[in-house]
Ligand binder design. Structure first.
Ligand code: ADP
Ligand code: ZN
Length: 205
């Protein structure tokens, strides 16, 4: 029942925890697919279970609020903005059992070792992030995080053109920069058919 592993409180998870082993969960998908909502849901449940939770987000994402992670639907959770993986690691407290990380795609490559290290120290690590950039290419370091995660959840948005399952973040403004922080003003969710490929988009799309 692999599905069960994507959610809190499964028997399997409890067993892992009792054995003192940590693990990595990755929540990946396009913009507006509910990654932040799902991250906030898991963190809230961990806090209800009286676990010590710390949440980090890269400083690059200045949307909404600096001290919080926020979903497009308005849910928020407190978080600590950091400018590097090293800064994040230095801020993780001894007593922290659950480490949440939002916008994982904006971290440097050191996040991979850091996540492994946090899990090896018995912690539950939950990373949310975009798995593809606006051209449809894998958004590093998310592919690497997906490959080391014990549990993966792929979230989907709704295509704004046709209502199908959306897997792409269509940039609606004119820019070739990899990172253009924004939300509905700069991007929209599109399905495979309605996504208009960028010049850099891999040909298999
Ligand atoms: P993500 O972190 O993946 O960008 P969020 O968790 O911030 O997503 O936001 C998800 C919410 O965005 C949905 O619950 C819904 O209220 C809103 N939303 C806006 N546009 C869309 C869309 N095209 N498809 C799905 N949800 C959308
Ligand atoms: Zn569509």
């Amino acid at each position: 029942m692999i599905e069960e592993f994507a959610f809190d409180n499964s028997e399997e998870r409890r067993k892992v925890r009792q054995n003192g082993t940590g693990w990595v969960e990755v929540i990946a998908g396009s913009m507006f697919s509910g990654k932040s909502e799902e991250l906030i849901r898991r963190l809230t449940r961990a806090r209800i279970a009286r676990q010590t939770v710390q949440v980090f987000k890269p400083k690059i994402d200045a949307r909404y609020s600096v001290e919080e992670i926020a979903s497009h639907s308005g849910q928020t959770h407190m978080s600590i903005p950091v400018s590097s993986t090293a800064e994040m690691l230095a801020l993780v407290k001894d007593e922290t059992e659950v480490v949440g990380i939002d916008e994982g795609q904006f971290f440097d490559d050191a996040i991979i070792d850091a996540v492994n290290q946090l899990a090896a120290s018995g912690r539950r690590v939950i990373v949310a992030g975009l798995d593809q950039d606006y051209t449809g290419k894998p958004f590093h370091p998310m592919p690497h995080l997906l490959s080391i995660a014990e549990f993966i959840t792929k979230t989907h948005a709704i295509c704004v053109k046709c209502g199908s399952t959306a897997n792409y973040s269509q940039r609606t403004m004119d820019s070739d920069a990899l990172v253009e922080v924004g939300a509905a003003d700069k991007y929209e969710a599109r399905c495979r058919r309605c996504f208009v490929p960028h010049a850099d988009t891999p040909t298999m799309i």
